[in-house]
Design a protein around this ligand. Structure first.
Ligand SMILES: Cc1cc2nc3c(=O)[nH]c(=O)nc-3n(C[C@H](O)[C@H](O)[C@H](O)COP(=O)(O)OP(=O)(O)OC[C@H]3O[C@@H](n4cnc5c(N)ncnc54)[C@H](O)[C@@H]3O)c2cc1C
Length: 502
């Protein structure tokens, strides 16, 4: 006889359903709470908050935007121990937010959302979780993170390797690396933080490089005690430092986003850094990028180049052919043997699809609509998916400034929209397709002139070369774009006027 399926567990309807308890999900809850909106449910697939900073605990993990700017403007921390804090300290800051703003009451841990669907008749978003729970909300916020699912490379034979495999975003702290023969695949933001740490303990460390990154000096220092005391006693001084850091990063947009004389200046700085740290001509040549600065993410490090020159460390630039039982074979036929392979290979990015199925008005599928590249209105709403808000949605990515600056603009836009939905007693706030199309035409036109679209391959682009990731402008312009909720760009459906059309 066929076993009957357990009926799904239905939870009370929330005003706001937030998916993800990283910076974005928690920050949105704080902002909502400050506006008196408290009927909030945050669904988090893990058993702790923190997102990026809970998962990325690899040796050397740290932010690469100064902590005084990589933190919320409304919850500044005077006690950062360094200018660029480590992962553990950032996670502590997130736990502080959790406790200080009393957010735990909203969070349902171990709830992995696998489906989100708009119920036309009820005017509700229904989130289904992998263990059968159903949570509904009048509005929903996607705060599941732009970089939250580890990306494994499609290298042949990856399953065959009999040694230890570790992804940078899911570090195994129980595995003893001391004296081991370790390979690192990848030379991106995580790799250049991991390599110097592994070089300290590995018996033999081999770094497999496909493309060398542009690397700038990192102005990293321990915060003196007097500085912490000053920030504690005179918070305005910390706001002033934050503002100065913000403006300094804004000016970097001129080098990073567009091809300008400042790009050339920054390239010279990168070349100087390389020359200063790497005396060997051949190694320097291998480490010199052959693409324009800004096209891929620019990195900051003072200890990556020195680590590569340690006697136990080697850089391999031959492309990888396959992974074998014992190690990695490069295309010229040499097999390099390892005890452990570290995959610093980044994340699955949802720039051509959604992280789980999302169904809008009339059963339309966002995954289908985004297959050729994601598009949204002001990065935050998608036509046909009313009352749904994206943090780090399409074309909101920063290349030169703190992600949290962009995030704060998104959070405030979401709160403004939700307040409008409540105060106007709307069943649905749905952006007009024409407004979305106009926005995207303008964004793509502006992107065509940026360094990101200048010809290199990067995770910012889809396979077809469509840039659904980055915002082509200053953070200040992005904040201005998000400052107003322009109701003329939306279709508004009042609760009492609800009809079958929505
Ligand atoms: C190693 C690393 C270093 C970085 N350094 C910087 C930096 O220095 N400066 C900077 O500006 N940016 C940096 N970033 C970018 C960083 O991702 C953002 O700054 C920020 O942390 C994103 O926060 P978030 O809340 O949007 O996402 P996340 O922190 O990824 O949080 C998303 C949360 O959603 C949960 N979730 C995901 N899917 C589901 C689901 N289906 N159901 C339920 N829950 C789900 C996840 O478990 C996670 O807790 C870095 C990213 C990485 C990976």
């Amino acid at each position: 006889m066929k076993k009957s399926q357990p009926s799904p567990e239905q939870h009370p309807t929330a005003d706001v359903l937030i998916i993800g308890a990283g910076f974005a999900g928690l920050g949105t809850a704080i902002r909502l709470q400050q506006q008196g909106i408290r009927n909030i449910v945050i669904l988090e697939r893990s058993d702790d908050v923190g997102g990026t900073w809970r998962d990325n605990q690899y040796p050397g993990a740290a932010c690469d935007i100064p902590s005084n700017l990589y933190s919320f403007s409304f919850a500044q921390n005077p006690n950062w121990s360094r200018s660029f804090s480590g992962s553990r300290e950032i996670l502590d800051y997130i736990h502080h937010l959790l406790n200080h703003f009393n957010l735990r009451q909203y969070i349902r841990f171990n709830q992995n959302v696998s489906n989100l669907a708009w119920d036309q008749d009820k005017g509700l978003w229904q989130a289904t979780t992998t263990d059968g729970g159903v949570f509904s909300g009048r509005t929903a916020v996607m705060a599941q993170g732009p970089l939250s699912n580890p990306g494994w490379p499609g290298i042949a034979g990856i399953e065959d390797f009999e040694g230890k495999k570790i992804h940078s975003a899911a570090w195994d702290h129980d595995y003893d690396l001391k004296g081991k023969r370790i390979a690192v695949i990848g030379t991106g933001a995580s790799a250049i933080q991991i390599v110097p740490e592994l070089a300290k303990c590995a018996g033999k460390l081999t770094v497999f490089q496909r493309t060398p990154p542009w690397i700038m000096p990192r102005p990293d220092f321990t915060t003196p005690e007097w500085n912490k005391t000053l920030f504690r006693k005179a918070p305005m001084s910390q706001s002033a430092v934050r503002k100065a850091l913000y403006l300094a990063h804004e000016s970097m947009a001129l080098a990073v986003i567009w091809n300008s004389p400042l790009t050339r200046f920054a390239e010279r700085l990168g070349q100087w850094h390389l020359r200063k740290q790497v005396p060997d001509r051949w190694l320097r040549r291998q480490l010199t990028p052959d693409y324009r600065l800004g096209c891929k993410r620019i990195l900051v490090s003072n200890d990556y180049y020195p680590a590569l020159q340690k006697p136990n460390t080697k850089l391999i630039t031959w492309p990888i052919d396959r992974i074998s039982e014992n190690g990695i074979r490069t295309v010229e036929g040499i097999e390099h043997q390892f005890d452990c392979i570290v995959f610093a290979t980044g994340f699955e990015v949802s720039n051509a699809g959604t992280p789980f199925p999302i169904t809008g008005i009339g059963g339309r599928s966002l995954n289908e609509e985004w297959k050729r590249g994601a598009q949204a209105y002001k990065s935050i709403n998608v036509s046909g998916y009313p009352n749904l808000f994206f943090t780090f949605g399409p074309n909101s990515g920063p290349g030169h400034n703190s992600a949290l600056v962009y995030m704060e603009s998104q959070m405030d836009y979401i709160v403004r929209s939700i307040r409008t939905i409540k105060s106007l007693k709307l069943k649905a706030l749905d952006v007009r397709q024409s407004a979305q199309d106009d926005h995207n035409r303008s964004i793509q036109k502006r992107l065509a002139k940026t360094n990101w679209n200048s010809g290199c391959q990067s995770w910012y682009l889809t396979e077809d070369g469509f840039n659904a990731t980055m915002y082509p402008g200053f953070a200040t312009q992005y904040a201005k774009q998000m400052a107003d909720l322009e109701l003329k760009d939306y279709r508004l459906l009042a609760e009492e006027a609800a009809s079958k059309t929505v």
